[in-house]
Design a protein around this ligand. Structure first.
Ligand code: AMP
Length: 356
């Protein structure tokens, strides 16, 4: 067990790292944040920080020497970085979970190999292969970069009248994945914490609404049938188990009109759709991560309230004062000084009486 007083290393300095550090501080841990940006949201809440590139071996070695366990707050950490650190200190979740989650093809192959349903998909390495893939899986799809895409970046919708050569060029990467278009009625996610002893804590499925491909609102719990919710939770636990994951796993899923649940994406880290747990649950996703990676017992994921979480994106943040006077609203700002379109600046969680 890594006891309170020890130091948790966090790769990545964004708002997720900031909220991990705040939860860790509540339990008496220190956090050391490693990221290339000097003035990042996570570095503003802890005095222990390294500003260096993710492939700076000497800096990574010094960082490892100063911490007791390493976790990460985004999955696009270079694979080698996680491997180097894993040779020096426990990295939780481990490099294998990262390797799968940062490559959409590996992710889908893995999900299929453990009998988890996904959209149909094909690897695409050229406009010609894209043409064949469209013939195979149908004319309505989504072409995505295999690596590095997030918040809808590197994604192109394919329709029967799409110019496939132009679509291939606009994706802008050497390797893509074509997925069949899922006509979903609802997008949900499930966050599960898994401890070193294989114990679970699963948060209720939540419903996610996007604007311009960026998460805009999360409604907790999701308005889905109880049996669909149970299946979604079981899928998330199954995936975490087969990854032998220690930490947090967020599983994004589509629910179709017939109640089918298809997994879209995995994130082995805290997730934007779990921010509501800070204010509405006995144990937040961030505290749960700290407990899991330090070998502490997991906390209860039970919610005392229902909640609606609204991201403050770009200039939305200028309305921060309104949230302060609204009963039941809780404001979270990430300390970012530069406002940019699409940039997540903070969020507001609105608590509601629990209905079920
Ligand atoms: P992703 O980056 O994979 O999370 O995709 C961003 C958003 O694009 C998702 O939240 C969905 O709203 C939409 N999307 C992604 N893949 C598909 C798909 N195969 N079918 C329909 N919509 C999709």
């Amino acid at each position: 067990m890594i006891e309170p007083g020890a130091t948790i290393g966090i790769l990545g300095g964004g708002q997720l790292g900031r909220m991990i550090a705040l939860a860790a501080a509540t339990l008496g841990y220190r956090c050391h944040v490693f990221c290339p940006e000097p003035d990042s949201p996570a570095k503003l809440v802890t005095p222990y920080a390294t500003t260096a590139a993710y492939d700076d071996r000497a800096a990574l070695t010094r960082f490892a020497a100063s911490v007791d366990v390493v976790t990460f707050e985004f999955e696009n950490v270079p694979g080698d970085t996680a491997e180097i650190l894993a040779g020096l200190k426990p990295v939780r979740p481990g490099p294998e979970a990262l390797r799968i989650a940062q490559d959409r093809l590996k992710e889908k192959d893995f999900l299929r190999s453990i009998d988890v349903a996904t959209a149909q998909y094909r690897e695409v390495a050229s406009a010609e292969v894209l043409r064949r893939a469209v013939r195979d899986i149908g004319p309505h799809g989504v072409l995505k970069t295999v690596r590095g895409g997030y918040d809808g970046k590197g994604q192109v919708t394919i329709r029967p009248d799409t110019d496939l050569a132009a679509a291939w060029r606009s994706m802008g990467a050497e390797l893509g994945i074509l997925e069949s278009y899922v006509d979903f009625i609802c997008e949900i996610s499930v966050i599960v914490a898994r401890g070193m002893n294989g114990h679970w804590a699963t948060y209720v499925p939540v419903e996610n609404h996007h604007a311009q491909h960026i998460l805009d609102t999360t409604i907790a719990p999701a308005r889905i049938a109880p049996e669909v919710a149970m299946r979604a939770e079981a899928i998330a636990r199954h995936v975490a188990d087969r990854l032998d994951l220690v930490g947090l796993l967020a599983v994004e899923m589509f629910v179709t009109a017939t109640g089918e649940v298809l997994v879209n994406e995995l994130a082995p880290r805290p997730h934007n759709s779990g921010h509501w747990t800070i204010d509405a649950c006995a144990t937040s996703q961030f505290e749960q991560l700290v407990r899991a990676i330090c070998g502490l017992p997991l906390g209860s994921p039970e919610r005392h309230s229902d909640a609606v979480m609204k991201n403050l994106i770009g200039r939305d943040v200028e309305r921060w004062r309104e949230a302060l006077t609204e009963p039941g609203a809780k404001l979270h700002l990430y300390g970012k000084t530069t406002v940019a379109p699409g940039r997540k600046m903070g969020h507001v969680t609105r608590l509601l009486p629990r209905r079920s």
